[in-house]
Design a protein. Structure first.
Length: 267
C-alpha cells in the first residue's frame, strides 16, 4: 500500500509560528503541513516561506513533511513553489486546485509530489483529472462550505456529495484521500464524530489544526484491536472463492481489505 495512504493525521500549522513548529516536532501526527496560505498574514508571507523551508530542512523526526503554498498564480504561488523545491519537504500542498494544469505547474515548479486540496465546486467537478497528477487529495471543507454557499455551523450534510466525490476521484486514480479539518478546538465529542464519519466515507485520514485533535484522528483512522484481530482471523481462514466465515460470506476482496487493515496497523 502507498505509504501516504497509511497516514491517519495531517497536522496543519502556520509556518509563521515558530512555537508551533517546535511543538510539532514532538507531536504524534503522521504528516506535518507547514502552511503559507490562509493561516499566514499577508505581511508575514515572505518570512513564513523562509521559515517553512528551514523547518522542513531540519525535519520533524522522520515524519512526512509538506508545505502548503499560496494558490494565486503570480502572487506568491510561483515563489512559494520554487522555494519548496529547495526544501526537504516530501510534498507540496496545492490549495484550491481546480485544474490538472495547475497541479502540473505546482509539481514542475516544486519538483515534489502534489497533494491537491479540493475546496471549490469547480475543484470537486474536476477532482478525477486533478487526482491523476497527485499523490493524494485533501478536502478543504471550510472553503468548500463557503464556495457552495452553505449556512455557517450547519453541519456537513451539504458537503456529503463533494466529500464522496473526493474519495471516488482519489480511489479511481489510486491515490490517498484525506478529510478536512474540524474547527472545534475544544470539542472532543464533535471531533470523534467527524472522524468516524470521515472514515465511513472512505478517507484514509484527517486534517487537524491543533495538538489536541491528533489522538482522535490517529485512533479513528487507525484500525482498532478488534479490527486487527478480525483481519488476522479472516486471512487465516480464507481459502479462495466464496465461503462462510464467522456467519458472513467472504471472497478475495475481503482478504485484500483485511491485508490493508494489517498494513495500516503495522504503520
Ligand atoms: C487555531 C489556533 C490559532 C489556536 O491557537 P491557540 O488558541 O493559541 O492554541 P493553544 O493555546 O490551545 O495551543 C496550545 C499549545 O499547542 C500549540 N499549538 C497550537 N496549534 C498548533 C498546531 N497547529 N501545531 C503545533 N502546535 C500547535 C501552541 O503553540 C501551544 O503550545 P505551548 O506554547 O507549548 O503551550 C492554532 O491551533 C493554529 O494556528 N492552528 C493551525 C491553523 C492552521 O494552520 N490553519 C490552516 C490550515 S486549516 C485550513 O486552511 C482549512 C482548509 O483550507 C479549508 O478550507 O477547510
Ligand atoms: Mg482552504
Amino acid at each position: 500500500m502507498q505509504p501516504l495512504r497509511l497516514c491517519r493525521s495531517l497536522l496543519f500549522l502556520p509556518a509563521s509560528n515558530p512555537r508551533a513548529i517546535e511543538k510539532a516536532r514532538g507531536l504524534p501526527a503522521d504528516l506535518i503541513i507547514l502552511d503559507l496560505e490562509d493561516a499566514v498574514k499577508e505581511e508575514d508571507k515572505e518570512s513564513a516561506r523562509i521559515a517553512a523551508v528551514e523547518a522542513a530542512r531540519q525535519g520533524f523526526g522522520g515524519k512526512l513533511v509538506a508545505i502548503r503554498v499560496n494558490a494565486d498564480i503570480g502572487h506568491h504561488f510561483g515563489e512559494d513553489a520554487v522555494a519548496v523545491r529547495a526544501s526537504g519537504a516530501d510534498f507540496v500542498v496545492l490549495p484550491k486546485a481546480e485544474t490538472a494544469k495547475k497541479v502540473q505547474d505546482a509539481a514542475s515548479l516544486s519538483q515534489k509530489p502534489v497533494l491537491a486540496m479540493i475546496e471549490t465546486a469547480a475543484g470537486v467537478l474536476a477532482a478525477r483529472e486533478i487526482a491523476a497528477h497527485t499523490a493524494g487529495l485533501i478536502a478543504g471543507t471550510n472553503d468548500l462550505s463557503a464556495d457552495l454557499g452553505l449556512p455557517a455551523g450547519g453541519g456537513r450534510s451539504g458537503l456529503v456529495h463533494a466529500l464522496q466525490s473526493i474519495v471516488l476521484a482519489a480511489r479511481a486514480q489510486g491515490v490517498a484521500a484525506f478529510d478536512g479539518v474540524f474547527n472545534g478546538l475544544d470539542d472532543a465529542d464533535g471531533m470523534a464524530a467527524e472522524c468516524l464519519e470521515g472514515r465511513a466515507y472512505g478517507f484514509d485520514g484527517k486534517s487537524v489544526i491543533h495538538p489536541n485533535q491528533i489522538d482522535a484522528a490517529n485512533r479513528f483512522f487507525g484500525p482498532s484491536d478488534a479490527e486487527i484481530a478480525a483481519a488476522d482471523r479472516l486471512i487465516a481462514a480464507a481459502t479462495g472463492g466464496a465461503e462462510r466465515h464467522e456467519g458472513r460470506m467472504i471472497e478475495s476482496m475481503h482478504v485484500v481489505q483485511a491485508r490493508a487493515v494489517l498494513a495500516k496497523a503495522r504503520r
